[in-house]
Design a protein around this ligand. Sequence first.
Ligand SMILES: *Cc1c(COP(=O)(O)O)cnc(C)c1O
Length: 439
Amino acid sequence: MKYYSTNHNTRPTSLAAAVTTGLAPDSGLYMPEQIRPLPEDFFNDIQDMTFRQIACRVAENFFGDDISKDDLHNIVCDTLAFDCPVVNVGGNIWSLELFHGPTLAFKDVGARFMARMLAYFSKSEPDTGTVGNVNVLVATSGDTGSAVANGFLGVNGVHVFVLYPKGKVSPIQECQFTTLGRNITALEVDGTFDDCQALVKDAFADDELNGKLRLTSANSINVARFLPQSFYYFNAYARMKERGLAGNLVICVPSGNFGNITAGLFAHRMGLPVKRFIAANNANDVFLQYLNTGQYSPRPSVRTVANAMDVGAPSNFARILDMFGNSHEDICKIISGAAYTDGEIVNAIADCHNQYGYTLDPHGACGWLALRDNLSEDETGVFLETAHPAKFKDTVERATGENLAMPERLEAFTRGEKQSIAMTTEFSDFKRYLLNNAE
Ligand SMILES: *Cc1c(COP(=O)(O)O)cnc(C)c1O
């Protein structure tokens, strides 16, 4: 299958090229040329399939032309070393818990899958569209860096450079990508997250670097990170169908860069019987404004307690527009929106905890609220619980007034030894570093 750019100024390219370059040369986002519907019998029997079986079938639909069935199944099964269960929160609202992976956030799924797919394409074997060693550059304000670093840890043929702003990520986040060693290098930049992002962007645009090194990005613009996120939507449907509750399903997605919800829309295009989607935002509500007015006006992000959704110009918006042929009307038929202030988010964590005994994280809280406010009685709602509440311990404890236990997996990171390389915000320093240290 070929991949085209949402800007339509690049020739459609192979999966290997789309995955190993990230962004298209015309700065568009890659899209698969076809989103094939899955056959009816797949949906008839889906409740009898395991998450891995479902994911293998969905993966074949996208990647089956380019990767052999056996290799693809290995990639999927290695990725899904943990479950994504649905849990009833109370009433007709369910939580799809996506936080059972190594860094306790949903980005683990896409990061692990992308790492394995890159390793596959970098293998020095003929006939796989071999590309050689790949360097992944990732700028992080906290969570992306940890998911990517842990997803790629120990994967042959791939080296990850994580750039993060010195003193501006939480200690628990920092230790999740600075203590790993091996093929993961943490660069501690004496600047802001925007400075980190600018360094990465400049590196992708630098001819000399790109002539000598193969550089790619690992954020949700990369198709190998973004598409696998559709797997758990099918699993949510299967597990709800098993319970006889899949009739009128509404899926609500706490959204920042809109990669996660776009993967859900892809699932819907493949035939997944979901009635509608809700995009839940914090105060960064440019998408809600677009739904309300038809005007897309990106603006600088503001800081909130649900900080992984502090995005003022969602990168995957281009994919949604492309999917729906730029039709605001068609987009509004399938997605509605909601946005919440920090006060509302903190109250929701407290309310849900007191009323139902379920502890939300600040991102999932936006999802739960949007369902509570918008679901009708004949509908069943599933929101994506995108992170474990312990990752946002302070906010959650402040809301519930109770002590939150730290999961062992998170605790283990704090015992490692921090290793990082100091970096200035000067591109020439970063470039020299890469030329001397990347392969
Ligand atoms: C990244 C992230 C989001 C936003 O996901 P997008 O795909 O960027 O919309 C939501 N919640 C958490 C916890 C995240 O880490």
